[in-house]
Design a protein around this ligand. Structure first.
Ligand code: SF4
Length: 164
C-alpha cells in the first residue's frame, strides 16, 4: 500500500520510549500556530513510498523497541498507518502514534489502527501551552496515553516510564 511521507528516521531516540523507527507522515489540516513541522502540512507534499519498503527497513534493525507514527497527521492516512502498525506488532515491536485529535474525538475509521497502538500522544499543539520540559509532547494539553492500560481499566491512563 502506498503511503505519503515527509520522511523516515530509522533510529530515533526522541519520538517515544527507547529506540524507535519514526515515520513522519505527510499531510495535516490543522495549521496549529507554532507547529514544529510545517513542511508536513501539504497533502500533496513529501513523497509516496510503499509500506512494504518501510517494513523491510524496520526489519533490518534488531535493536528497535518500536515504531512511531507521527507527522503531519497520521490519521489522515489511517489504513496505511494501520498496515505499518500491524506489521510492527507482528514483529514484536510496540507502536506509538501522535495525533491532533483528542482521544475522546478520534474519528470512527481510526478504530482499527488504535487497536494496534500502545501509546497515543493526543491533541493538537497549543502554542500558549508550550512547555519545553514535557517528555514526548510539545504542549501541556497533549497527553501521553497508555492505551493498553486504558483499554483494561476503561478510563484514560497516562503512560509512565516506570512500568510504562
Ligand atoms: S497537528 Fe501537529 S503537524 Fe498538524 S499543524 Fe498541529 S502541530 Fe503541526
Amino acid at each position: 500500500m502506498q503511503i505519503r511521507i515527509a520522511g523516515l528516521v530509522p533510529e530515533s531516540y526522541v519520538d517515544g520510549d527507547g529506540i524507535r523507527f519514526a515515520v513522519f507522515m505527510q499531510g495535516c489540516l490543522r495549521n496549529c500556530a507554532g507547529c514544529h513541522n510545517p513542511a508536513t502540512h501539504a497533502l500533496d507534499g513529501g513523497r509516496l513510498i510503499d509500506t512494504d519498503e518501510i517494513v523491510s527497513a524496520i526489519k533490518k534493525n534488531p535493536l528497535l523497541d518500536g515504531i512511531t507514527l507521527t507527522g503531519g497527521e497520521p490519521l489522515l492516512q489511517v489504513e496505511a498507518a494501520n498496515e505499518l502498525a500491524r506489521a510492527a506488532k507482528s514483529l514484536g515491536l510496540n507502536v506509538w502514534c501522535y495525533t491532533g485529535y483528542t482521544f475522546e474525538d478520534l474519528p470512527l475509521d481510526a478504530a482499527p489502527l488504535i487497536e494496534n497502538v500502545d501509546v497515543l500522544i493526543d491533541g493538537a499543539f497549543v502554542e500558549s501551552l508550550r512547555d519545553l520540559d514535557l517528555q514526548f509532547r510539545g504542549s501541556r494539553n497533549q497527553r501521553v496515553i497508555d492505551l493498553n492500560k486504558t483499554r483494561v481499566q476503561n478510563k484514560i491512563v497516562l503512560w509512565s516510564e516506570i512500568g510504562g
